[in-house]
Design a protein around this ligand. Sequence first.
Ligand SMILES: *Cc1c(COP(=O)(O)O)cnc(C)c1O
Length: 418
Amino acid sequence: MTGGDGGMDAAAENIFGRLARGLPAVWRRVGSGAPPAEIDGAEVDAAEERFRRFAPALRAAFPQTPWDGRIRSELLTLAPQEGLPELLVKADHALPLTGSIKARGGVHELLWRIEEVARAAGVLDPDDYASLLAPAARAVLAGETVMVASTGNLGFSIGLVARAFGLQAEVHMSHDAKAWKKERLRRIGARVVEYQADYTEAVAGARAAAAGRARTHFVDDENSRRLFVGYATAARELVEQLAARGPLPTPAAPLVVYLPCGVGGAPGGITFGLKRLLGAAVVAVFVEPVASACVLAALLDPRDPPPSVYDHGLDNRTIADGLAVPRASALVLRAVGPAIDAAVAVPDDAMRIWVRRAWTRHGLRLEPSAAAAFAAVPLFLAASLGEPALARATHLVWTTGGSLVPQEEFAALLDGPA
Ligand SMILES: *Cc1c(COP(=O)(O)O)cnc(C)c1O
């Protein structure tokens, strides 16, 4: 355990040693702070308003499934099971449209861009957002390009919604991206640029390719406040769901939230949103693959820019394609770094086991990145024994993706090596 207050102490060396051997590790901060003033809560409120304004347009753009145009997920309850307490599940793996948490951050930034472009061109009727699908708006939006780098889900989410509103989409995919995610994007008319390189390089490549291009917006996963606050909108949705279940958490009976983490935008935004509403009643646990534990590395070895996992002998090779990121977002570390309560690194084997268990026991179709949240629970509990508040805690796993994984891919995950 370490205070995360700069410099590498023996505890940090010990954690890096475990990771380098492929072993799980838990870092726990005692007494985290409130989020720093980097992000203003009003930015989150504005994002919530934007999602509300766009609901009629999203409903009209995706008429296949009957829905209200709101990108929301269910809160499920799973009975206690061997070695685990009762668990709440925030079921973002089944979010509308894209089946992953990227439907919050990625889609928010895209809606912001569509609004900005359409307003400037005078084709947005503020009383009728469905007008964005009419010919005048479509003609404007068709001349716009959105560019993004992705390990799969961010590109899919942005590409899908961009194409539905007629924008051009160019997605730079790192070598981790699954073939089916690329194929789906091509089928809907997005341009896919493939890299034989990792996510950090794909982001740099996309950023360079976008620079200076007219009528082009680059969604910068390493630096974007709009992604961050899009994820943060999930907090109020969850708090409303918790309030409907019973008393809200308190510091003496907290809510422990297990958040799968890549660059840190999704877990960071949610942590920011939840701590804004519930303060110290929330314990934020970031969950990463052992080989891609970039936020854990940045907490143990704080630097600017943040360290790469390669600097610490890790190879960034994991079955959790959504989390295969070697370097954390510096924005996220500034915005919520001191408010992160714990970071748990889970091995790929544990994710495989939980992909299977979540399906066979609970009927949840998760990709490995989302299953990581379950795998973190016993590790965190074992490392926190003796913390009195945790005996009264509620535990919530945030299942971040998987409902759209094709059947043959999912069957292969279930049948794969034990
Ligand atoms: C992107 C993603 C995450 C993590 O989000 P970051 O913003 O990269 O930290 C977690 N789970 C899944 C399934 C994802 O696609």
